[in-house]
Design a protein around this ligand. Structure first.
Ligand code: ADP
Length: 267
């Protein structure tokens, strides 16, 4: 059972006057998919880095599976959490797909004779067994994210954090990786935390957390959050660009009749 408990969390970057996160209280249930949404700069990635112990709270506490996240527990925390980032290009270190998956295992000092089996299993989990000897550079964006995921799955984490992991993929590859994640979550009892702007990804979650102005402003199921159109407009999620543009113009005191905000007409 790996849940996350966050209490009275405050985080301020050393060179900043204001907290990015201010008095955050959150619970992430084990085996659940939680999406974190909010406009750019609202502190989503910072929160993920705090959970993984890559940053230390200015105040307050974070527990992962009952273990307080701090410098002395980092090894234990990193065993439980795997990160997939936005740009797969930045995640590759190996000359071949197999080398790449091996990298994390080598870091964990997994015995050489267990390595091959673990690599094969992880590549099978993401449907990339046929690409074992391929150079990552020759893979599509979706395939690269599958390999990045295999590198993480090989280490058997309990929680996977996706930091805009599907945002650079085309709609088909995005759908494929989301379906894969959903299947893996159920088969291996994983918890998923996804930072996203993508409506499809939001709909897959059991729970949505909305960050705005350094606070959690709302939590709920996808249907509860997605019906709050005003909130979605505020954070720029799932709202047509024309409406977002209109909001921006109104905020700046520029009033333009709606009909001019049809993007087709603006072309
Ligand atoms: P999000 O993931 O929601 O886009 P981030 O967590 O990346 O937001 O950033 C939140 C705020 O913290 C932003 O204002 C950003 O400029 C600032 N920030 C992010 N990283 C750093 C850093 N290393 N040092 C100082 N400020 C940072």
């Amino acid at each position: 059972m790996t849940g996350i408990k966050i209490r009275k969390l405050v985080f301020t970057y050393p060179d900043s006057k204001y907290p990015v996160l201010n008095n955050i209280n959150l619970d992430f249930e084990p085996f659940s998919w939680t999406a974190i949404i909010g406009h750019n700069g609202s502190g989503k990635s910072t929160l993920a880095r705090l959970i993984d112990g890559l940053l230390s709270p200015t105040a307050g506490s974070i527990e992962v599976d009952g273990i307080q996240v701090n410098e002395s527990s980092l090894g234990q925390i990193h065993q439980q959490i795997g990160f997939v980032f936005q740009n797969p290009e930045n995640q590759f270190v190996g000359a071949t797909v197999a080398d790449d998956v091996a990298f994390g295992l080598e870091n964990r000092q997994v015995a050489q004779n267990e390595m091959g089996e673990k690599i094969d299993k992880a590549l099978k989990m993401v449907g990339m067994s046929d690409y074992k000897n391929t150079a990552p550079i020759n893979l599509s964006g979706g395939q690269k994210q599958r390999v990045a995921l295999a590198g993480i799955l090989a280490l058997m984490p309990k929680i996977i954090i996706l930091d805009e992991a599907t945002s650079m993929l085309d709609p088909l590859a995005r759908q494929e990786i989301l379906s894969l994640l959903q299947r893996l979550k159920n088969e291996y009892n994983l918890s998923i935390i996804s930072i996203t702007h993508d409506l499809k990804e939001i709909e897959l979650a059991d729970k949505i957390i909305v960050l705005n102005d350094s606070q959690v402003v709302k939590q709920g199921t996808p249907s509860e959050i997605l019906k709050d159109k005003e909130l979605l407009l505020e954070i720029g999620v799932g709202v047509p660009a024309s409406q977002q543009l209109q909001k921006l113009l109104v905020e700046r005191g520029i009033n333009i009749p709606n009909r001019y905000l049809n993007l087709e007409e603006l072309k």
